[in-house]
Design a protein around this ligand. Sequence first.
Ligand SMILES: C[S@@+](CC[C@H](N)C(=O)[O-])C[C@H]1O[C@@H](n2cnc3c(N)ncnc32)[C@H](O)[C@@H]1O
Length: 198
Amino acid sequence: MRDKPDHYSLQAQREGYPARSVYKLKEIDEKFRIIKRGNNILDIGASPGSWTLYVCRKLKGTGSITAVDLKEPGKDIKCSNLKFFKDDAFSKNFQETAVKTGPYDAVISDAAPSTTGNRTVDTGRSYNLAEDVLNFALKNLKSGGNLVIKIFQGGDEHQLIDIMKTEFKTAKIFKPKASRKESFEVFLVGTGRLHAEQ
Ligand SMILES: C[S@@+](CC[C@H](N)C(=O)[O-])C[C@H]1O[C@@H](n2cnc3c(N)ncnc32)[C@H](O)[C@@H]1O
């Protein structure tokens, strides 16, 4: 059990973010230059909304953000250029929405499955989710676009990164410092989408 908030949780409170996970995206963005002003961004698995708020603050009123989650976002997520959808990101309904709000300059996904505590089951669920995100992104990213996908490490993430290596200029597995050491999450980061369908 975690008995006291760590440095990142305290920083998130001070900076008005609902979750410490924002610093994972910040680190990824600073290293790989994922989000630029004027971009059209899709945030999958967005609630409570830290990543969305980070993107919103970075875009400073330029571009647009589409965010989707099974759950509502936090009440304090206010952003003039945000469209939030309470939906399954892979439902037929949201696929149609994505066609209208896309194509995107970046797709970022911190989506995580409900966990059981059984590592084999949890990594399997995470893999399926990450694979869905990858297929979705390949359909909806612009040429040159960027992709970030959270996945629980179990070995199979190498299959996805191998596909990403053929579809992006660069594709790397990255573990941000803000990701807790005991967590087995990592992020698949692709930059510069090649031969986009859009
Ligand atoms: C770790 S949280 C995301 C935190 C968020 N990035 C933030 O910084 O506030 C993972 C989210 O993924 C969402 N999720 C999982 N599967 C999903 C799906 N199929 N469609 C949409 N959201 C999904 C969950 O509801 C959960 O809110």
